[in-house]
Write a protein that binds this ligand. Structure first.
Ligand SMILES: *[C@@H]1O[C@H](CO)[C@@H](O)[C@H](O)[C@H]1NC(C)=O
Ligand SMILES: *[C@@H]1O[C@H](CO)[C@@H](O)[C@H](O)[C@H]1NC(C)=O
Ligand SMILES: *[C@@H]1O[C@H](CO)[C@@H](O)[C@H](O)[C@H]1NC(C)=O
Length: 151
């Protein structure tokens, strides 16, 4: 009995995954990223401070501490992960340069992995760090979008 229930469950799960895979291979790949389970993400952070100072970046999420990264002007730091099933994945960072320390959530599933978010989904999430704001490049190559620091 129990094993036939299990088999049924497995086949329902498999057809569900099959349908998801089918959907994600249709049409525009990037616009379908949001329906993929555990969508893979690549976050890249560039030091583009106009003062050309060294940028000290420290990013954490609930499970991981990505360590303290010292980026000379023009250098970058990147990391890869998959969005969790509940789509609550967040990475928050501090950004320090002489005279300033700012905070920003460099990845939020509700902003960066959400079809209806105004900024759209990024798979390659490229960030440029300027003194007044962190800016994310748009995947279609248009203008990048700047945010305000979290206080
Ligand atoms: C896919 O999206 C890109 C960028 O948003 C767009 O330039 C392209 O025309 C789209 N392709 C299709 C097949 O819709
Ligand atoms: C950012 O990370 C710190 C340390 O883990 C945590 O205490 C804080 O609540 C986080 N902030 C946000 C907005 O997630
Ligand atoms: C997606 O973004 C919209 C608009 O910002 C927001 O209302 C909604 O709650 C977000 N959805 C998720 C699952 O985070």
């Amino acid at each position: 009995m129990a094993s036939s229930t299990n088999n049924h469950f497995t086949s329902v799960l498999l057809s569900f995954l099959f349908i998801l895979k089918k959907l994600s291979s249709l049409g525009n790949h990037s616009s379908n990223d949001g329906i993929l389970l555990f969508s893979p993400k690549h976050v890249v952070i560039y030091n583009t401070l106009t003062s050309r100072a060294t940028l000290v970046v420290h990013c954490v999420n609930k499970e991981k501490d990505l360590g303290i990264q010292k980026l000379p002007i023009g250098a970058s730091f990147d990391f890869r992960f998959r969005v969790n099933l509940r789509k609550t994945t967040t990475y928050n960072c501090t950004f320090e340069w002489p005279g300033s320390i700012e905070k920003f959530d460099i990845f939020r599933a509700d902003r960066d992995d959400n079809e209806t978010s105004p900024i759209g989904i990024c798979r390659e999430c490229i960030w440029y760090i300027y003194e007044p704001a962190p800016c994310r490049e748009k995947r279609d190559g248009g203008h990048s979008i700047c945010f305000t620091w979290d206080r």
